[in-house]
Ligand binder design. Structure first.
Ligand code: TXE
Length: 488
């Protein structure tokens, strides 16, 4: 059990009101840590620190090269502590250690990627119909408020902080109230790396009042949010008041389309990985398996057989392939959808409950669950469940597969499995989604833009696109004529 403090203006602080929150291990409900529960006054402090650092602090004049070097240093520090950070994310979030290790490496890579990009923020010169030297420069937006969820605690912090800092912004980041620990460890590394005080502030607390106070704060220039669509709407509404810039990465109900000519074994494994990695708590999860009717029976049988082999357990056990859900609330949400599914016309093939073994009693476990013959119009096919629940939807023709895939309020990700490259590309081209794969599911690259169509949000993270989200664009025009214009 460790007592944490939050990180404001380069200092470790308690909440002004003295309030704290218990942080729980979802695999066994044990108390892991206690963190401050920020209120509006703490958010004021954090935003004021970020404002000072941006408006008058050393961050204003630091060179892009030095910003990049700080990001490289941070990546090094993350690597030095990678085992510890991975264990911490596993204990706090529940995911298998192998997944946390991957996240930590990816987080370090993300800081390095943007460390390199810091010196590649270029403007352009313009050809205008006047005797003018006209050009464009890109500048940081200012103070950004960043709110992240609990499914990738360290990695989401990296995705937010790395591009923002590379572009020269100052940040107030609020991790999820369920999983703040690795972000606070990251804060210690940010201090050790030598970032000036106030450039990064990590505040811990709930959606309300802490998150809400951050979204409503007039000192914040841009809001960047990853989370559920319901909260995303609130963030956008708050941003409307003073027209803050806003980027949203929200939920999904992504289609995973398997054609008759797919590599059978690869597609079976891909279908399972698409939905069961991180216990299905992934915004891009392939939660709708859209399967060619002609191979449906054989495919589903193979999927079910493999699902039986998924070993549930605490993430910290190296044998574990699937951990618990993050919280009791999330489990209740998922179980609510499972009950809706059971009452629908869909057929429950496997799972649908909690594992029976007593050793799982205190954790928030749900069995890997598969519903077959799901109507795409039904609730379990339309709503984001955000748990280990797969909906199988058969199709008869390519056109029908595309229609089903796009019949969703979301448009985050999607995949096609086929050895016919012409067909695969033809289908991918018609998917209304921002992240797509052919003959694979889930690989995510720091170099590639991440974000959705439709109600999955807008704006893009990662890649050079992610950097642009943190930049303002300014035109500068220098008059080269000596004579005055003499309008009057
Ligand atoms: O998310 P919230 P919750 C989806 C998923 C899940 C559902 C609800 O479907 O079942 O959302 O999960 C902060 N102002 N995703 O309730 O509320 C909160 O403190 C400002 C998909 O856990 O979106 C946390 O830091 N901030 C998603 C963050 O928002 C507020 C990942 C996310 O929590 C706030 C997580 C407010 N009024 C859930 N209320 C993805 N896209 O990956 C809450 N927050």
């Amino acid at each position: 059990m460790k007592d944490y403090r939050m990180f404001i203006n380069g200092e470790w602080t308690t909440a002004r009101a003295g309030t704290t929150r218990d942080i729980i291990n979802p695999a066994n409900s044990e108390l892991l840590a206690r963190v401050p529960e920020a209120g509006p006054a703490d958010i004021d402090d954090a935003v004021a620190a970020a404002r000072r650092a941006f408006d008058s602090g050393p961050w204003r004049s630091i060179t892009a090269l030095d910003r990049g070097k700080l990001l490289f240093k941070l990546a090094d520090l993350i690597r030095q502590k990678s085992d510890y950070l991975a264990e911490l994310d596993t204990l706090n979030n529940g995911k298998p250690l192998v997944e946390s290790k991957f996240d930590v490496t990816d987080a370090a890579n993300c800081f390095e990627y943007y460390g390199g990009l810091a010196t590649k923020i270029h403007g352009e010169s313009l050809t205008v119909p006047a005797n003018s030297f006209s050009f464009v420069v890109k500048e940081p937006i200012g103070v950004v408020g960043q709110i992240i969820p609990w499914n990738y605690p360290l990695l989401m912090a990296a995705w937010k902080l790395a591009p923002a800092l590379a572009a020269g912004n100052c940040c107030v980041l609020k991790p999820s109230e369920l999983t703040p620990l690795s972000a606070l460890e990251l804060a210690a590394m940010i201090k050790e790396a030598g970032f000036p005080d106030g450039v990064v502030n990590i505040v811990t607390g709930g959606g309300s009042p802490a998150g809400q106070a951050l979204t409503e704060h007039p000192g914040v220039d841009k809001l960047v949010f990853t989370g559920g669509t319901v909260t995303g709407r609130k963030v956008m509404t708050a941003a409307c008041v003073d027209l803050k810039r806003v980027s949203l990465e929200l939920g999904g109900k992504s289609p995973n389309i398997v054609f008759v000519d797919a590599d059978f074994e690869a597609a079976v494994d891909g279908a399972l990985f698409a939905i069961f990695v991180n216990s299905g708590q992934v915004c891009s999860a392939g939660s709708r398996l859209i399967i060619d009717e002609s191979i449906h029976d054989r495919f589903i049988q193979a999927v079910v057989e493999k699902t039986k082999r998924i070993k549930l357990g605490p993430g910290i056990d190296p044998e574990t392939k699937m951990g618990p859900l993050v919280s009791e609330t999330q489990r209740a949400r998922v179980e609510g959808y499972v009950e809706i599914g059971k009452k629908s016309a869909a057929k429950l093939l496997i799972g649908g409950g909690r594992p029976g073994d007593k050793k799982f009693e205190k954790g928030f476990f749900v069995e890997p669950t598969i519903f077959d013959n799901v109507d795409n119009k039904s609730e379990i096919a339309q709503k984001e469940i955000f748990g280990p629940v797969l909906c199988v939807i058969p199709f008869k023709s390519e056109d029908e597969a595309i229609a089903i895939a796009n019949d969703s309020p979301y448009g985050l990700a999607g995949a096609v499995w086929s050895t016919n490259v012409t067909r695969a590309l033809r289908v991918i081209k018609q998917l209304r989604a921002g992240i797509t794969w052919i003959n694979t599911y889930h690989p995510t690259y720091n170099e590639a833009p991440w974000g959705g169509y439709k109600q999955s949000g807008f704006g893009r993270e990662l890649g050079t696109y992610g950097l642009e989200e943190y930049l303002e664009i300014k035109q500068i025009n220098i008059n080269l004529d000596e004579a005055p214009i003499a309008w009057y």
